[in-house]
Design a protein around this ligand. Sequence first.
Ligand code: GDP
Ligand code: MN
Length: 396
Amino acid sequence: MKLIEYQGKDLFRRVGIPTPNGVFATSAADVKSFIEKNPGSWVLKSQVMMGGRGKAGGIKFADDAAQGETLAKELIGKHLVSIQNPEGETVKSLLVEEKTNIESEAYIAITVDRDTRTPVFICSAKGGMDVEEVAEHDPDAIVKYWVDPAIGFSPYIARSLFFAAKLPAGYGKTFPKICAGLYDLFMDYGANLLEINPLVLTKEGTVIAADAKVDLDDNALWKHPDVQAWNKAAPSDEDQEAALAIGLGMFNYKKFADEAGEPPKEVGTIANGAGLGMGTMDAVKNAGGGASNFLDIGGGAQAELVKKSYNLVTSDPRVKSMFINIFGGITRGDQVALGIVEALKGDDVRKVPLVIRLTGTNAEEGRKILADAGFFPVETMDEGAAKAVALTKGAK
Ligand code: GDP
Ligand code: MN
């Protein structure tokens, strides 16, 4: 689970890593009234998941409320595109933060080194927006320290990094506390990556995490239910919003754009289980077609959710046929079939030829019910994919 900057900074504060004072805002009016009450210089930072916001024009500086309002209007609704994310992302919210006077920008991160199977700190005195170029052209400016997890963190590690990276002296006092905080977070929250870029040394001599990039291991989220809940709170694109709106998890639905040289994406897909969903899309591709979407309907496949999912997928005008791939297991196939027939018989659904693969208990009875209702029941995934692709081309 990747966190947005303001969420990452929330975690930083829990372990004593200093962050700028700030407030989360979702409208220009909020920004205006906040700066009116708190006069000074503020940074408006687009709260999108992608990096490279500085270069993409997603970070602005405001010296008064009126300017804050104007810039906030400019940013909210803006579609940001960066080298890291060519597809881009639309800005829906801002972090308004006290502007820091930057003396120096360093880079500090901790991640898992898969080769050594240990945490590794990565540090550079040349932090900031061009750190990727530093990695490419000046690799010696980036230093690493592999931590033996059996021994854990000690301030010695931070001092080694500090000297090896030749961080300016002003970092010296705070740096070990920041590294210790990162290590605690990394272990306690089960992170894949924690990155502070830039770690700012201010002209006043304080050290502060000006940015936060946090990627947590989903398998460890249960340890912190409050953080797990953020997952639901922060859809970052239309597909995620649409999925949440019908009661799916936000990563359970994704629509795919057509691609040059690929067959048109005309087969809608619904499966129960992410793996089966991906397999279904592959099967459609193998059959010479294109899946318009990924949709994992989850366990159970309740009739009402089938209907909502069906409507979501067929709201894409490209969809000419639908392939529902349900692995029943102990769910009774005849009940699933009755539910689907009932759910899709109304006038409030767009009728496209519907291929359904049912397996599991009472699958045969289920297939009979579906055939009687005018759908196309099949036994195997490949058979279903071939049928769905053929139906996009007008086959009966
Ligand atoms: P990113 O481009 O998405 O990584 O966003 P960052 O939060 O790292 O900000 C990008 C750049 O904006 C930083 O490297 C700084 O140069 C600048 N910046 C961000 N916050 C401040 C601030 O409070 N004061 C000043 N002077 N510059 C800032
Ligand atoms: Mn950054």
